[in-house]
Design a protein. Structure first.
Lengths: 499, 472
C-alpha cells in the first residue's frame, strides 16, 4: 500500500499518532513533499485541539490592569461588575452569593463564576482555591498543555522551525496556509507568529476570506487587543454569518464589560440561526451575570426546548427551583441529570438536599452517603457542610457540630462552616468561641454578610459597641438591603455620630 | 507679531494684581499665634460632615500648635469615633482633658468613649467626675450614668439617675432606658406607665407607640394595644414592628384577610423575617390553605433552622394534612431544640399514635403532663389515646382531670369541649367502637387548632441572628 494513502487513512480514522509517525518517515525520504507536510501538521494539531470558545479565563492582570472597560462606575444593570440590581429574583438571604455578589450558579464554568475583583487586595487574597477564584494568569489549562506539546523533544529537532519559516511564501498558498496557521496557533501556541501569518494571508486574498479575519480576531483577542479583535469579527460577520463568530464577538463584549452589547450580538445571531442552543445559552448566562435570574431561567427553558439533554440548563433551572421554595420540582430536574448518566458527588449532594427539603427522608442519607463516597478532596467539605444542615434540620446539634468540624478538616477555608459553628456555639452559650468563629468566617469571606451580621449582634450584646459598629458596616457592604443590619446600624449610629 | 504683543500686556496685568495683593497682605497682617484662630473653619466643615477636608485642616492645626489646640483635638476625637476608631478617639479626648481639665464636655466624651469600648465601670467613674466638675446639673450625664450602671447591673441606682435625667429634660432615650430596666425586673405595669408618660411628650414617636402596644398585648389589653399600634401605623405606615404586631392582633381576632394584607406590606420591607413568614403561614393554615401554609413555614424554617416555633407549626400543619411521618420529624426537631414545651410533646404523641406506636405515644403524653400539669388539652388527648387502646378506666381518669382543669382554667375552645363530650359518650358506651374513632378524629382537629393559636400569641417580632443556609 502506498504509505501516503495509509497515512491519510489513519488520519480519517482519528489515529493521529500513527498518521504522524508515517508522515515523519515519508518526510525523511522526501523533505519537500508539501502534501505529506500538511498532513502531518494537521495530524499533530488535531492531537492537541481544544474547543477554545469557552475556555478563556480572565487572569488577575487582565482583570485589574484593564483599560478596555468603558466606565469605571457603570450604571446599574449595564455592567457585570456591579450586578447588585435585583429584579424579582430570590434575594441574598435566600440564595447565597459568590464573591462578587452574584448568586450562585447552577454549574461551574470558566470566567462566569468568579466575576471580577473590586480591588487588588481582594484579587490577591483569593488565589485559585477549591471553587472560588481565578487563575493567576489567563494562559490557563489549555495553554499550559499546548506549551508542553511544543516543548517535547523530537528526534532531529522540532517539526517546523518557526523562526526560519518564510511566512510570506506560505501565506499566499491558501491550502497550506490554513493548516499551518492552526498548527502554529494550537500546537506551538506561538500567537505572534500565527498573527503574522494571518495578516499576510488575509492581505494575500485581498481581505475577502472571512476565515482569516476570524483567526486574526482570535489572535488579537488572545494578545489582549480587544478592540482590534472586535473589528475583525465584525468585518467577518459582514461577509459570512457563523455561530462561532457571533459567540466570539459576544465574548469580546463580555471582556469589555458591555453585557448589553453582548446580548445584542447574541440576539442578532439568533435571527440568523433561530433556536441555536449555544447562542441561547450564552444569553442565559449573561442574564444570570446581570443578576436577572428570572429572564435567565426563561432562556434556559428555551434551550431545553431545543436540546432536552442540556446539562447546564437543567442544572440551572433545578437550582432556581430549589432556592424558590420548590425542592420537589428541583428534585425532578436533578433526577433527570442522574438519568442522563451524570454521576458525581455534586449531583448526589444536591439530590440529597432536595430530598431533605422535600421531606423524602428515606432517600436523604443514601444520597449523601453516595456523595461522600464519590467526592473529591474539595467537594467533601461541601458535602459535610450540607449534611450539617440536615442535622440542624432534625435538631441534632451535636451531629451538626461534628459534621462542620469534618468539613473544616477537609477545607480549612470554608467560611460558611465557621459561621454555622459559631451559631451552634452561641446556642450553647459559648460566646467567646462563637466570636472567634465569626471572626474567622468574616476574614475568610468578606463577601458573606452572615458572619458579619452575627458577629455584630454578638458584640453589641456583649457591650463591645466599637467592634459591632465596624463589623455591621461590613455586613451592609456585602448586602446593602439587609433590614436587620440596617436597624442595628441605626441603633449604633446614635452612639457614634455626634454633633 | 502684533497680535501676540497685544495679548501679552493683558495677561501680565491680570496675573500681576493678585501677586501684589498677596505681598501686601504678607506685609501688613502679622502672624497671630492664636490657637483658636481657625476653630470656626473646623467647626464649619465638621458640621457639614466634610470629614476629609476637616482631617487635613486638623492635621495642619495640630502640627502648628504642637497638639496644644483643644478644639482640634476634640473634633479629631469626634471624627475618629465616627469612623469607629474608639481607642484612638479616646486618646484624643484624653489630651483634651489634660489641656483643659475644667471643661465638662471633655470628661463627658472620655466617659462616652469608655462606655463605647465596653468598660462600663471606668465610664461610671468618669461620669461621676463630670458631674462634680459641671456647674449646673446636666441631663446627659445622668442619662449616661444610668445606662452605664444598667450594664454593670446596678438597677436601683440606674433607675434613680435616669429619673433625675428625665426631671431635668424629657428625653426620649431616657424613657426608653428606664422602661427597659422595668422590663428587666419584670415590672410590666411600671414600663407601661413610663411609656405613657413618654408618649405625652413625644406623641409622634412611632417607636414608643409600638413598644407600648406590644406591652399592652403581653398584658392582654388588646383594645388599648390596638389603639397604640394604630397610632404608630398612622404616623409611619411602613413601621415594620407595628405592622407585624397589628397583623398578629388581627390574626388573634380571626380576621385573616386583614392580617395578610398587613403582612404583605411587611414582607416587602422584611423579606427575611422569620416571625413574619411564620405568621403568614399560620394565616394560610387558618384559611385551610395548607400547601401555602407549608411553603411559608418552610421558608421560615429555611431562614432560621433553630426556631422551634416554626418547627412546631410545621409539625402541626403536617398533622392536619395527615402526613404523620413528616410531622414526627418536625416535632422531634422542635423538641431537640427546645425540650420544655408540653404542647410539642402532646403533638408528638398524637403523631406517634397515628403512626401506630401507642407505647411511645403514652410516654410522650406523660412527659407532656410532667412539663405542664395544668394543660387541659393534654389530659383530653391522653384520654382519647387510652380509650382507643382499650383502657377505659384510665381514660376516664384523664377525662375527669380535663373537666377539673377546664372548670378552673380560662374559657376553653368550643370544639375542645365538644370533643370531650363525645369522649365521655364513647366511654359510657364503651363497646361501640365506631363512636370511638369518631371522637378520635374530632379531637385531633381541636387540639391542633388550639395549639396553633397558642404559638401565634407567643410571637412578638423577634429577629434572631440568621444562619447562612448555603448549598453547593
Amino acid at each position: 500500500m502506498d504509505p501516503f494513502y495509509a497515512a491519510l487513512s489513519f488520519y480519517r480514522r482519528l489515529k493521529y499518532e500513527e498518521c504522524a509517525a508515517v508522515c515523519t518517515e515519508l518526510l525523511e525520504k522526501s523533505p519537500y513533499d508539501q502534501a505529506v507536510w500538511t498532513l502531518k501538521m494537521k495530524a499533530v494539531t488535531e492531537q492537541v485541539y481544544v474547543d477554545d470558545i469557552e475556555a478563556e479565563e480572565e487572569g488577575i492582570a487582565e482583570a485589574l490592569m484593564d483599560n478596555d472597560t468603558m466606565a469605571q462606575v457603570a450604571r446599574p444593570g449595564t455592567s457585570l461588575r456591579t450586578p447588585s440590581t435585583e429584579k424579582g429574583g430570590p434575594n441574598q438571604g435566600l440564595r447565597p452569593r459568590t464573591q462578587t455578589g452574584r448568586p450562585l450558579s447552577g454549574v461551574v464554568r470558566p470566567a462566569t463564576q468568579s466575576g471580577r475583583p473590586g480591588t487588588m487586595e481582594q484579587a490577591l487574597r483569593t488565589p485559585r482555591t477549591a471553587r472560588t477564584a481565578r487563575p493567576v494568569t489567563s494562559q490557563s489549562a489549555r495553554s499550559v498543555r499546548l506549551g508542553t506539546a511544543s516543548m517535547l523533544t523530537e528526534s532531529g529537532g522540532p517539526f517546523i522551525q518557526l523562526s526560519r519559516l518564510n511566512l510570506g511564501k506560505y501565506a499566499a498558498q491558501g491550502n497550506i496556509a490554513k493548516p499551518l496557521f492552526e498548527y502554529i496557533f494550537y500546537h506551538e501556541n506561538d500567537i505572534r507568529h500565527a498573527m503574522e501569518l494571518a495578516v499576510q494571508a488575509t492581505q494575500a486574498c485581498q481581505f475577502k476570506d472571512w476565515w482569516w479575519k476570524v483567526q486574526l480576531g482570535k489572535c488579537y483577542f488572545t494578545l489582549g487587543l480587544i478592540r482590534d479583535a472586535e473589528q475583525q469579527f465584525r468585518s467577518a460577520l459582514k461577509q459570512n454569518q457563523k455561530v462561532e463568530i457571533f459567540l466570539r464577538l459576544a465574548r469580546v463584549y463580555i471582556r469589555l464589560d458591555q453585557p448589553l452589547s453582548a446580548l445584542d450580538v447574541c440576539k442578532t445571531g439568533l435571527e440568523y440561526f433561530p433556536g441555536e442552543v449555544t447562542l441561547t445559552t450564552e444569553i442565559a448566562r449573561l442574564f444570570e451575570g446581570l443578576n436577572n435570574i428570572p429572564t435567565s431561567i426563561k432562556y434556559y427553558r428555551d434551550v431545553l426546548k431545543e436540546d432536552s439533554t442540556h446539562v447546564e440548563a437543567i442544572a440551572c433551572i433545578g437550582m432556581q427551583h430549589f432556592y424558590t421554595d420548590q425542592p420537589e420540582i428541583s428534585l425532578r430536574f436533578y433526577r433527570r441529570l442522574l438519568q442522563m448518566g451524570i454521576y458525581n458527588a455534586e449531583l448526589f449532594n444536591n439530590l440529597g438536599l432536595c430530598c431533605f427539603y422535600a421531606q423524602q427522608y428515606d432517600m436523604t442519607l443514601t444520597c449523601f452517603e453516595q456523595a461522600l463516597s464519590l467526592a473529591s478532596e474539595e467537594a467533601v467539605a461541601d458535602v459535610w457542610y450540607n449534611i450539617a444542615h440536615v442535622a440542624i434540620g432534625v435538631g441534632d446539634c451535636n451531629l451538626a457540630m461534628q459534621c462542620l468540624r469534618l468539613c473544616l478538616s477537609a477545607d480549612s477555608n470554608h467560611a460558611s462552616a465557621y459561621n454555622n459553628l459559631g451559631m451552634l456555639e452561641m446556642r450553647l452559650g459559648h460566646r467567646d468561641q462563637a466570636r472567634a468563629f465569626f471572626q474567622a468566617a468574616g476574614s475568610l469571606a468578606p463577601y458573606l454578610f452572615e458572619p458579619h451580621h452575627n458577629y455584630a449582634k454578638l458584640a453589641e450584646e456583649m457591650g463591645d459597641l466599637q467592634t459591632s459598629y465596624i463589623v455591621i458596616q461590613k455586613a451592609l457592604q456585602a448586602y446593602p438591603s439587609h433590614v436587620s443590619s440596617q436597624e442595628l446600624l441605626q441603633k449604633l449610629q446614635k452612639h457614634f455620630a455626634f454633633m | 507679531m502684533e497680535n501676540v504683543n497685544r495679548k501679552f500686556p493683558n495677561n501680565d496685568d491680570t496675573s500681576l494684581s493678585p501677586n501684589i495683593l498677596k505681598n501686601l497682605s504678607m506685609i501688613f497682617v502679622p502672624e497671630l499665634p492664636l490657637l483658636e484662630s481657625r476653630n470656626w473653619l473646623i467647626h464649619l466643615h465638621y458640621s457639614r460632615q466634610e470629614f476629609g477636608i476637616c482631617k487635613i485642616l486638623l492635621q495642619e492645626e495640630l502640627e502648628r500648635s504642637n497638639d496644644m489646640c483643644e478644639y482640634a483635638n476634640y473634633v479629631q476625637g469626634l471624627i475618629l469615633r465616627h469612623e469607629g476608631k474608639i481607642q484612638e478617639s479616646l486618646e484624643s479626648f484624653q489630651t483634651c482633658h489634660t489641656l483643659n481639665p475644667r471643661n465638662v464636655n471633655n470628661i463627658k466624651e472620655v466617659a462616652r468613649s469608655l462606655y463605647l469600648l465596653g468598660r462600663h465601670g471606668l465610664a461610671v467613674e468618669a461620669y461621676l467626675e463630670a458631674e462634680n466638675v459641671s456647674s449646673k446639673p446636666d441631663w446627659d450625664i445622668y442619662h449616661n450614668l444610668g445606662t452605664c450602671l444598667l450594664h454593670v447591673g446596678q438597677h436601683v441606682k440606674a433607675k434613680e439617675y435616669l429619673l433625675t435625667a428625665i426631671e431635668l429634660s424629657h428625653q426620649e432615650d431616657s424613657y426608653v432606658e428606664l422602661a427597659k430596666i422595668h422590663l428587666l425586673e419584670n415590672d410590666i405595669q411600671g414600663a407601661i406607665g413610663i411609656y405613657n408618660a413618654a408618649l405625652e411628650w413625644y406623641p409622634d414617636s412611632c417607636e414608643l407607640a409600638t413598644s407600648l402596644g406590644l406591652l399592652y398585648m403581653t398584658t392582654g389589653q388588646h383594645q388599648r394595644a390596638f389603639e397604640k399600634l394604630g397610632c404608630a401605623l398612622a404616623r409611619d405606615p411602613m413601621c415594620t414592628k407595628a405592622l407585624l404586631a397589628a397583623g398578629c392582633m388581627m390574626q388573634n381576632h380571626q380576621d385573616f384577610d386583614v392580617a395578610l394584607s398587613k403582612y404583605k406590606i411587611a414582607a416587602q420591607l422584611l423579606p427575611e423575617s422569620i416571625s413574619l413568614w411564620n405568621n403568614i403561614g399560620m394565616c394560610f393554615f387558618e384559611k385551610k390553605k395548607y400547601v401555602a401554609a407549608i411553603s411559608c413555614l418552610k421558608r421560615g424554617n429555611y431562614l432560621s433552622p433553630f426556631d422551634w416555633k416554626t418547627l412546631y407549626n410545621l409539625g402541626l400543619v403536617h398533622l392536619i394534612t395527615k402526613q404523620y411521618a413528616s410531622a414526627f420529624h418536625y416535632l422531634s426537631a422542635a423538641i431537640n431544640l427546645y425540650p420544655t414545651s408540653a404542647r410539642t410533646f402532646m403533638l408528638l404523641a398524637v403523631a406517634l399514635k397515628n403512626l401506630g406506636d401507642p407505647d411511645n405515644a403514652r410516654h410522650a403524653f406523660e412527659q407532656a403532663i410532667k412539663l405542664d400539669p395544668s394543660d387541659a388539652a393534654v389530659a383530653l388527648n391522653y384520654g382519647v389515646l387510652l380509650n382507643s387502646v382499650g383502657e377505659q378506666e384510665k381514660a376516664s381518669v384523664q377525662l375527669r382531670r380535663f373537666q377539673e382543669l377546664a372548670e378552673g382554667g380560662p374559657g376553653l375552645d368550643q370544639e375542645l369541649l365538644e370533643a370531650a363530650q363525645s369522649l365521655s359518650l364513647s366511654l359510657t358506651k364503651a363497646n361501640k367502637s365506631d363512636l370511638e374513632t369518631d371522637a378520635d378524629e374530632k379531637n385531633k382537629k381541636d387540639e391542633a387548632d388550639d395549639a396553633g393559636r397558642l404559638v401565634k400569641a407567643g410571637e412578638g417580632s423577634v429577629v434572631a441572628p440568621e444562619m447562612g443556609p448555603d448549598e453547593v
